[in-house]
Design a protein around this ligand. Structure first.
Ligand SMILES: Nc1ncnc2c1ncn2[C@@H]1O[C@H](COP(=O)(O)OP(=O)(O)OP(=O)(O)O)[C@@H](O)[C@H]1O
Ligand SMILES: [Mg+2]
Length: 213
């Protein structure tokens, strides 16, 4: 064996990715509503393929931060980029590259799982010749392929949540934002959601930004 010197037992690892730009970067990002400072100058850098958890109690500014990164709210200070594009100056380029799962449920429960996904495919301009493949793939990723034709009104809370995650991935985003993906779920369903999220990361090389308490 050849000798390897390890200072203090620490080995250095280098990872090289095709795109070395951060997937998400925030620098002193801030948002105020009148006198309320919803987000107070947060800074972070997220590498491509990372699962980044944004933690904080009620009212800490998690949803507001997600809204700024997803171009739904205008920062009042600082700057942020997503997939290399500035959220304030290049909102369209950012929107094309992100998926978003809101804290509140936003499925149409009078439609089937597949119909919800088809509607989203139209809104997000998924090329017609790819829609079928993407629907099958994302349903498989969250293990709901056997419920494809069922009305969402017949789904459990956990199944609806997992369908929303699938929908967020339908248009192959670079970064998937999940606001409180496991809130209100029992421990077993929560574990399923985490498995879904990690499977998305591995199989679709997506960067995950999630908030949680
Ligand atoms: N549109 C708005 N107008 C005024 N104040 C707002 C608005 N949106 C958020 N706020 C305030 O900003 C602060 C942060 O809210 P935010 O929803 O970002 O918190 P959160 O961390 O997501 O909380 P929760 O864990 O309850 O979801 C709160 O004080 C909230 O009242
Ligand atoms: Mg919130």
């Amino acid at each position: 064996m050849t000798g390897t010197v390890m200072a203090g037992g620490v080995t250095q690892t280098l990872s090289v990715t095709a795109d070395s730009r951060p997937a998400v970067e925030a620098e002193s990002l801030a948002k105020s509503y009148g006198d309320v400072q919803a987000v107070r100058h947060v800074s972070f850098t997220i590498a491509p393929g990372e699962v980044f958890a944004f933690l904080g109690p009620n009212g800490a500014g998690k949803t507001t931060t997600v809204r700024m990164l997803c171009t739904l709210a205008k920062p009042s200070g600082g700057r942020a980029t997503v997939a290399g594009f500035d959220v304030a100056r290049q909102p369209k380029a950012v929107r094309r590259r992100i998926g978003l799962v809101f804290q509140e449920q936003t499925l149409d429960d009078r439609l089937s799982a597949e119909q919800n996904l088809r509607f989203h495919a139209v809104l997000y301009h998924v090329p017609a010749d790819q829609v079928e493949d993407r629907i099958s793939r994302v349903l498989r990723l969250v293990a709901l392929d056997d419920r494809r034709h069922d009305l969402v009104s017949t789904f459990s809370g956990g199944m609806a949540r997992r369908l929303e995650i699938a929908r967020g991935m339908l248009h192959t985003p670079r970064v998937l934002f999940l606001d409180e993906p496991t809130v209100g779920l029992d421990p077993q369903t929560r574990a399923l959601v985490w498995e879904d999220v990690l499977r998305m990361r591995t199989e679709e090389q997506v960067t995950i930004f999630l908030t949680t308490h």
